[in-house]
Design a protein around this ligand. Structure first.
Ligand SMILES: Cc1ncc(C[n+]2csc(CCOP(=O)(O)OP(=O)(O)O)c2C)c(N)n1
Ligand code: SF4
Ligand SMILES: [Mg+2]
Length: 375
């Protein structure tokens, strides 16, 4: 595969056997690509680089607007750049595996292994051990899984990987349900959300309230060197966190919120907007932690009530009044209380730490205006 740009803002891609050249506009090769040309070279995203690895290339079968496809592409390309292209990826069963790799085809352009649904962490540990045993410490390992493959069936293997401090970056692409098999609830499905196994019926419609499994905090409890959260609404921040993670050895964990238009019942064009509302409402805190201690949190720039986030999504439709139902303001209020608790826990408001600091400066590599400490 070969790629060139021209002065008219068009990238031209040609592949083996192509009789012609297919023009691809810049906005199709990375959502920050055009804006990137306005910032200093060192601040541009990996995707703005015509020499980027394109680890997940076009032609895969994800739904339009799939947040998981967008997130995985940025994660793997950033990891490739950080390591000089020396990455092996291990992938649990789930949408990311299925839509990229319908045998005998694949969209991956790096060494990539499909594990079982629940053992990506163990397989990645084995790959890292084999590389170390053969003196290939320069080759790094990234494991990736959906929320089901992380917080449910994969949790035991992942906890073991953390406990042994194996040299693996584990990335969870959290779309908050088992999407690959038809939108069943996972332990990462938020309360009130409709899934195929938590229908919007009865006195408690949608997923029940519970303790949940807050995997970033579970990971932190293992005192591993690096834990971070990110979303596809801030791709600079996502790339910066991958680069930070790849500069560290030992067990690392990255939890990325990736909206799923199919399961969330959102418009394909709204994926980034919905992810941004998740952070600006406080429902999905974006932070980084080193050795079990939070070191930075992305401050909310325009706080919105959770209703603004929930109303975008058909999976929460039953919570709002319509001609045939009264809605559930009590459930919306409970979800708002969860967002408020996150905002207090991580100090997500601009003056949340009480020092009144709202200078809005951008620490190098943080990707976040006003964030306190670089990730
Ligand atoms: C042991 C086992 N049980 C069930 C399945 C079927 N299965 C494959 S993927 C999947 C759900 C994946 O959900 P998640 O990890 O959240 O990834 P997503 O598809 O949402 O990205 C299930 C239940 C399986 N492959 N193996
Ligand atoms: S179902 Fe969701 S996660 Fe799966 S490919 Fe479609 S948008 Fe992506
Ligand atoms: Mg999922």
């Amino acid at each position: 595969m070969d790629e060139h740009g021209d002065a008219a803002g068009t990238a031209v891609r040609t592949g083996p056997g192509d009789s012609g050249r297919t023009p691809v506009k810049y906005y199709q090769v990375g959502s920050f690509a055009v804006g990137n040309r306005l910032v200093a070279l060192e601040q541009r995203t990996v995707q703005a680089d015509p020499e980027r690895s394109n680890a997940l290339t076009s032609g895969h079968r994800a739904c339009q607007g799939c947040g998981e496809a967008l997130g995985a592409r940025y994660v793997l390309d950033a990891a490739m750049r950080a390591t000089g292209g020396k990455v092996v990826a291990v992938n649990a069963t789930g949408c990311l595996e299925v839509f990229t790799t319908p045998y005998p085809e694949t969209s991956w352009q790096l060494p990539w292994l499909h594990s079982l649904f629940g053992n990506a962490a163990a397989v990645a540990t084995g790959v890292a051990a084999a590389l170390a045993a053969t003196g290939r410490d320069d080759v790094r390992v990234v494991a990736q899984a959906g929320d089901g493959g992380t917080v449910d069936i994969g949790l035991a293997c992942l906890s073991g990987m953390f406990e042994r401090d194996d040299d693996v970056l584990f990335v969870c692409y959290d779309n908050q349900a088992y999407m690959n098999t038809g939108v069943q609830r996972s332990a990462a499905t938020p309360p009130g959300a409709r899934t195929a196994t938590t229908e919007a019926v009865g006195p408690d419609p949608g997923a029940p309230f519970g303790q949940g499994k807050d995997l970033p905090r579970v990971a932190m409890a293992h005192d591993i060197p690096y834990v971070a959260t990110a979303t596809v609404a801030d791709l600079f921040d996502l790339e910066a966190k991958v680069e930070t993670a790849m500069a560290v050895h030992g067990a690392r964990y990255l939890h990325v919120l990736v909206p799923c238009p199919l399961g969330w019942q959102t418009a394909s064009a709204d994926t980034v907007r919905v992810a941004r509302l998740a952070t600006e409402s406080g429902l999905f805190p974006v932070f980084a932690a080193v050795d079990g201690q939070v070191t930075s949190a992305s401050r909310i720039r325009h706080r919105v009530p959770v209703e603004a986030y929930l109303r975008q999504q058909g999976r929460y439709r039953h919570l709002f009044p319509s001609e045939d139902r009264p809605g559930r303001p009590d459930v919306v209020a409970r979800i708002q209380a969860q967002a408020d608790a996150n905002i207090a826990r991580y100090g997500l408001l601009a003056d949340g730490d009480g020092d009144g600091d709202e200078d809005g400066t951008r620490p190098p590599g943080s990707g976040v205006a006003g964030s306190g400490v670089a990730p």
